[in-house]
Design a protein around this ligand. Sequence first.
Ligand code: ZN
Length: 389
Amino acid sequence: MKRGASSIEVKKLNRNKVFRYLNSRDRVSMPDIAAALGMSRPTVLQIVKELKGSQIVQEVGEFESTGGRKAKAIASVRDACYAVGLDITCDHVSLVLTDLSEKILRRERVREAFVYDDPYFHKISRLLESFLSESQVPKEKVVGVGLSVPGIVDQQGGIAYSHALGLDHVDGKGLTKYISYPCIMMNDANAAALAECSGMDLSRSVLYLLLSNSVGGAIVFHQDILSQMDWSIQEGGLRDIYMGDDRRAGEFGHMVIHPEGDTCYCGKRGCLDAYCSASKLAGMADGDLSVFFQGLAEGNKVWSAVWERYLDDLAIAVDNLRMCFDGDVVLGGYVGSHMGPYIEKFRLKCAERNIFGRNGEYVKACKYRIEASALGAAVYQIERYIDRV
Ligand SMILES: [Zn+2]
């Protein structure tokens, strides 16, 4: 907590803590909240009363008695609000609906070639409206829409650069101009990292590595670091993600792993992207990554050698991230979603390089194998709503 916080700020912070605790569990009792958060029972009682008044918390029965009076079971009203995430890629638009649970309630993926022009802007707004009406979500319950794009989003919400979409310094307003809800645009890797960290006790920092047709990443600091930096967790925004001075942090795809190696699309030689993009593997199987992994599972010798080399290159990058940031490394994106059966083998490769403990346990496969970016963009809006509780 910030030094010198006023009693109103403390009250707001406590109310927020109670709601977050409640919302991260199915149902809890008030004595449980008081014990877990180190608050007095009268304080918790008062906060729960206020939250019930705001219709975001409800009683859902009673717990079995442990001797004394049965404790009331309290839960958040998950459908008190909704948010939608749209992930825009060069040839698809994905839509994901979530509520206070921050889980995927409904999703849809539509083939739509990206063009930065008015008909396209109209199209995505129409997609959003029909998605919401098919989901039977009341408009007034939609707190916002998050737009995830494969590019660098500047401070003003414009797109500073996107190789995938072929954009260079566009104001980005076009993409949101026909959307009739509060809308935010964010980088796809940052969005995916937010989804990955949702519901997670942020006692660890996370380096998210997005291994899709290009390689990106995000740096998520744990909350103790944030409080040391005195970044208020009440201010909303991308509080968990380190953005960098010019919002270009986490561009892990362009760290050099082989000096004078293969040429990257950025013009530099030896970038991680040139070795570990998903297309490097999919290219072996006519562009179909699932076919590649199927062949791998069936013992295709050529592809096994390619995969081995891929993992060796990836291990260099993962070890570099670990050395720089000392956090968990989560492998996401198209390749990350296929990583499950190979994660133990990959951890051994990372462990060989780890000078601290020879341990690879810090490497994890992503938990969201599909639509992580769309979900994360929606989660951002839900988190902003929760910040204001
Ligand atoms: Zn590069």
